[in-house]
Design a protein around this ligand. Structure first.
Ligand code: ATP
Ligand code: MG
Length: 749
């Protein structure tokens, strides 16, 4: 378990301690409509990880409620991914479709309680009646059907007596709820399609909001962990379970931030499109961000687990840098895999003063890796080296072979160039060289200084291999569609060369080809006639430095979404100390603490304001939001930390309202004027005096007799209307708390 506990583990521990549950039971509930991706890996690590940390159980459940998009091959891919990552699910794989009979009965229960009804309105009517975010919806005329009629229609729906879209089952909750999800959500719909498991047995299918909470309940799940976009669905989750009055204990939903990675798309829909349009060779194409893709590319499960551990679990969405994932695999392979010699773009070297042949003993691992093993590397007169490692007219700082500069052959001798042979086009075809017999690696007495050692292979014994070089699938940091694909994401080299031991001894499946990167024997296409190696990752981050001129230009013109490292990067020691102080002592929430602690400018601004005014929470909020925004947009800000403290003081003392504070802040940002002066000059002081406010209220009421009538006859929501009118009449200067109280009194008198 990682040292610092994430918020989910904190909740789980509390629930176990308080005795709410005896054993934690989680689940990973994918919809089998695509191959799982690295985002799913995060969810798998969380659900299975928590179960294992607290000696609980984790179910693998196929959320197969949509017959039109689901397939058995996706089920297999999901099982494979979980197992490959090293987790075991509890018992058999579960399927929501196994619960269809139970779910159907629960739906009937809701109907019997008068809490669900069959709506026969058209899709369009339903949409219209739903209202908008600012406007309440209204209920369909079908909502008045009797329980008997609803039960009968529901049964007929199940029996296949209707066409798709003719009727739906809806929960009867609240058509004017501010949470749009609660406006009588859809529970069941008709689908005359073949289901991959239940065949044609059902032609009504439950919706996620109905099926998910009940499946959790049926399985005895305790913590139903999902991603943030389901936050608004939590209310339905609770409503269904509570309305059915199910026996306790019941599960509760908790949300975490979904993983996003730059240069990567992570929606199954978009990944499916890449497969269907043959932009990639399949779901397991080594460039795909799917578990199957990483697996085929040569990533280890450990590297993915490490990555998931490093990025942590947060409550705010953020973007992780893809180089962090690349770092994790590099880091894992560094101490694990044998190091061997390969040449991707060979150029011939003939050593004119060497006769015969020999075998050089070379260890597979460097001295600082605690692994044993070595092989014999054949050496003779004809060799190949990397074309790049020779330069006739070397640029400054070129440390490898040139006509004037000798170089060491890794594990072998030092050679120098004697003659360069070219074809009629001037391309180098061969290098004639000499070796120094007393320069052999490990027993060098030559005294010759070289600046580097390069890889090479013996011409006679080397094996030809196919090498597939992969680069990022997208060249845009925030890819949207196929136009953002990187046209150079795959390069195939058919005639690379590798020392024979790699093929004959196969000491491993993964290798470091020295100076080139990490490579993996392709699990699908590798044969002894045509050995294929996938490049897993380079030895260092090639994207960090190498920016082509086009890329630089692109970086200037295209606005980029910001990559927030909030979740990704570990904090420095100082940042961590600040963060702890903010959360523990000053009681700021984690998100605000995170923003402040990670930004030195913000934290020092905040600390300075705190010196002036002891109001940690209000100050933190304005610094992390308004001030941060201002700092981002301009380099020299006009206001000081002390002025911000003065502004917050007026707010705390209710001299000004929140709304006015914002207005004053904007003015300060523009002019640098003192907040007190702005408030005074513009007469923005908050009005809390009832003697001033009451006449305004009376005036508003007098002008709106219709609404007063409606209020009196039960439409209590209208008090909000009167409050709004009063605030407006005072130009936002009236104290909302006081107005609320006075309006309530006036309306009810
Ligand atoms: P996508 O939107 O990529 O198609 P999804 O959310 O529809 O994915 P599901 O099969 O429904 O995929 O998800 C299974 C589980 O994996 C869910 O609990 C979901 O919250 C989680 N999950 C999916 N994508 C991510 C992600 N990017 N980061 C973390 N968890 C994820
Ligand atoms: Mg989905």
């Amino acid at each position: 378990m990682s040292e610092s506990k994430d918020f989910l583990r904190v909740i789980v521990e509390e629930d176990l301690k308080s005795g709410k549950y005896e054993k934690v039971v989680t689940r990973f509930p994918p919809e089998p409509n695509g191959f799982p991706h690295i985002g799913h890996a995060k969810s798998i690590c969380i659900n299975f990880g928590i179960a294992s940390d607290y000696k609980g159980l984790c179910n693998l459940r196929m959320d197969d409620t949509n017959p039109t998009t689901e397939e058995t091959k996706y089920v297999e891919a999901l099982k494979d991914a979980v197992q490959w990552l090293g987790f075991n699910w509890n018992d058999n794989v579960r399927y929501t479709s196994d619960y269809f009979p139970k779910l159907y009965n629960y739906a009937k229960e809701l109907i019997k309680k008068g809490k669900a009804y069959i709506d026969s309105a058209s899709e369009e009517e339903i949409r219209e009646l739903r209202g908008t975010v600012t406007q309440a919806g209204s209920r369909s005329k079908y909502a008045n059907r009797s329980i008997e009629e609803n039960l009968e229609l529901f049964e007929k729906m199940k029996n296949g007596e209707f066409k798709e879209g003719e009727h739906i089952l809806r929960a009867k909750i609240d058509m004017s709820s501010a949470n749009m999800q609660l406006r009588d959500p859809l529970l069941y719909r008709i689908r005359h399609s073949h289901h991959h498991r239940t065949g044609d047995e059902w032609c009504i299918y439950p919706m996620y909001d109905f099926a998910h909470c009940l499946s959790d309940y049926i399985e005895g799940i305790t913590h139903s962990i999902c991603t943030l976009e389901f936050e608004n669905n939590r209310a339905i989750y609770d409503w269904v379970l509570d309305t059915l009055e199910l026996e306790k204990p019941r599960p509760y939903q908790h949300e975490f931030a979904r993983l996003g990675i730059n240069y990567t798309v992570m929606s199954k829909r978009k990944l499916l499109e890449l497969v269907n349009t043959h932009r990639v060779s399949g779901w397991d194409d080594p460039r795909m961000p799917t578990i199957a893709g990483y697996k085929r590319r040569g990533y280890t499960p450990e590297s993915i687990l490490n990555f998931c551990d490093q990025i942590g679990i947060a409550k705010a969405n953020s973007m992780v840098d893809v180089s962090q994932l690349e770092f994790c695999i590099r880091d894992d392979l560094n101490t694990k895999v044998p190091r061997v010699l390969a040449v991707l773009d060979p150029i011939k070297v003939t050593i004119e003063n060497y006769e015969g042949s020999e075998e050089i003993n070379a260890p597979y691992y460097p001295y600082d890796v605690p692994k044993e093993g070595s092989r014999k590397v054949p050496f003779s007169k004809e060799l190949y080296i990397e074309r790049d490692d020779f330069s006739e007219n070397p640029p400054k700082g070129f440390y490898r072979l040139t006509p004037e500069q000798p170089v060491r052959l890794r594990h072998g001798y030092i050679i120098s160039c004697k003659e360069v042979i070219k074809d009629s086009n001037g391309n180098v075809t061969e290098i004639k060289a000499e070796y120094y017999p007393n320069s052999k690696s490990g027993s060098d007495t030559s005294g010759i200084k070289v600046k580097s050692a390069i890889q090479w292979v013996d011409a006679k014994s080397a094996r030809k291999i196919e090498v597939r070089l992969y680069d990022r699938l997208y060249s845009s940091e925030t890819p949207e569609n196929v136009e953002d694909l990187n046209p150079h994401s795959l390069t195939i080299i058919k005639d690379a060369l590798v020392e024979q031991a790699v093929i004959l001894e196969r000491p491993d499946e993964r290798f470091q080809f020295e100076r080139l990167g990490y490579f993996y024997t392709d699990p699908v296409d590798y044969t002894s006639e045509n050995p294929v190696f996938n490049k897993i990752v380079g030895l260092k981050d090639s994207w960090a430095k190498k920016k082509t001129p086009e890329k630089k230009a692109e970086a200037k013109t295209t606005p980029k979404k910001e990559v927030i490292h909030g979740e990704a990067e570990a904090m420095s020691e100082v940042q961590q100390i600040l963060f702890n102080k903010y959360t523990d002592e000053l009681k700021l929430n984690a998100e605000v603490s995170n923003i402040l602690a990670r930004d030195e400018k913000l934290s020092s601004f905040y600390e300075e304001a705190l010196q002036e005014l002891n109001s940690p929470v209000s100050l933190a909020n304005i610094v992390a939001n308004e001030v941060a925004k201002e700092l981002k947009e301009s380099t020299d800000i006009k206001f000081t930390a002390i002025q911000i403290a003065q502004l917050i003081k007026m707010l705390d003392e209710e001299t000004i309202s929140n709304k006015i504070a914002k207005q004053v802040f904007e003015e300060m940002a523009k002019s640098g004027e003192n907040p007190n002066k702005i408030v005074e000059d513009k007469g923005l002081v908050q009005i809390s005096d009832p003697a001033v406010i009451l006449p305004i209220i009376e005036d508003v009421i007098a002008k709106n007799p219709d609404n007063l009538e409606k209020f009196k006859s039960g439409n209590t929501k209208l008090s909000g209307f009167f409050v709004g009118q009063v605030l407006k009449a005072t130009g936002g200067k009236a104290n909302p708390k006081v107005v609320n109280q006075l309006v309530a009194k006036a309306l009810n008198s």
